[in-house]
Design a protein around this ligand. Structure first.
Ligand code: GSH
Ligand code: NAG
Ligand code: NAG
Length: 248
């Protein structure tokens, strides 16, 4: 009796040591995600969850009916935006912060999306994450909004804005083209959060004429093809996968 209890305790300790995170398998309802299956920022977080092999509990906030601006949702995120992550009593907004949180909480699980142990590598990775946020995202989001989001909601694309914004994106892509000559991914030879953060806008932009800016740069093109093909990404931006998860 005592021996078997000891054995159970020992096995549990071993499991925790191996997984480096207590109760890693009991996460089924651990993460609740308020999101929308056509929302680029929601996809960013879902990509991380799929890379890590974590399931999640999806809560749909219908952006098409303006649910995100209703008092019930504003009490969850006063900015009226998705995604929002709930981990027990912890609530986080901002898709990149949520991504970093999940990656840090499950560093040894699934795809390792950052170098937590090497502060120099981490520095480079953080730098590329911020380059995405401050250099790539502003023009990319404008181009996505004009050419992909507006038409979906019955609004007209402003081609003057598109024409003015594309050169800003080109400047960034020229720098990426140089970087990717000598590096398989932006922060080095491994896929990291820095690459992943680009995917939501790229997914939309590859359906627009802006696609040519990516395709005319061979190293950028190779990188885009490689990151877009990741199974975790294909699942993240598949609306059916969101609804399937709701049924589980
Ligand atoms: N910086 C935020 C942006 C979130 C965001 O823009 N979410 C969009 C969907 S992709 C949204 O909720 N839009 C609804 C609205 O603003 O009314 C993040 O990365 O999470
Ligand atoms: C945008 O640029 C294209 C290609 O140069 C041009 O044909 C078009 O007239 C421009 N549109 C606007 C509204 O400036
Ligand atoms: C891009 O276009 C394809 C083919 O029309 C479609 O299946 C896909 O959902 C589109 N992707 C986005 C992000 O709109």
């Amino acid at each position: 009796m005592r021996f078997s209890r000891l054995l159970v305790t020992f096995s549990l300790m071993m499991m925790m040591a191996i997984s480096n995170e207590p109760f890693a398998l009991a996460h089924k309802e651990e993460y609740k995600i308020y999101g929308f299956p056509y929302s680029a920022s929601t996809w960013r977080v879902l990509a991380v969850l799929h890379e890590k092999g974590l399931s999640y509990y999806p809560i749909t906030v219908n952006l098409r009916t303006g649910e995100q601006k209703k008092p019930s949702f504003l009490s969850i995120n006063p900015f009226g935006q998705v995604p929002v992550l709930l981990d027990g009593h912890l609530k986080l907004t901002e898709s990149r912060a949520i991504s970093l949180y999940i990656e840090s909480a499950h560093r040894s699980r699934g795809t390792k999306l950052l170098n937590h142990k090497n502060y120099k590598k981490m520095g480079i990775e953080t730098m590329w994450m911020y380059i995405e946020s401050f250099e790539f995202d502003p023009p990319a989001t404008t181009l996505t909004f004009e050419q992909a989001i507006k038409p979906m909601t019955g609004l007209k694309t402003d081609y003057k804005v598109v024409n003015e914004t594309e050169p800003q994106l080109e400047k960034v892509l020229d720098i990426y083209e140089e970087r990717l000559k000598n590096s398989r991914f932006l922060a080095g030879n491994r896929f990291t959060l820095a690459d992943l953060f680009h995917l939501p806008n790229i997914e939309y932009l590859m359906n627009t004429t802006t696609k040519r800016l990516f395709e005319s740069r061979p190293n950028v093109h190779r990188w885009v093809a490689k990151i877009m093909a990741r199974p975790a990404w294909r699942k993240a931006c598949d609306a059916n996968a969101w609804y399937d998860e709701m049924e589980n």
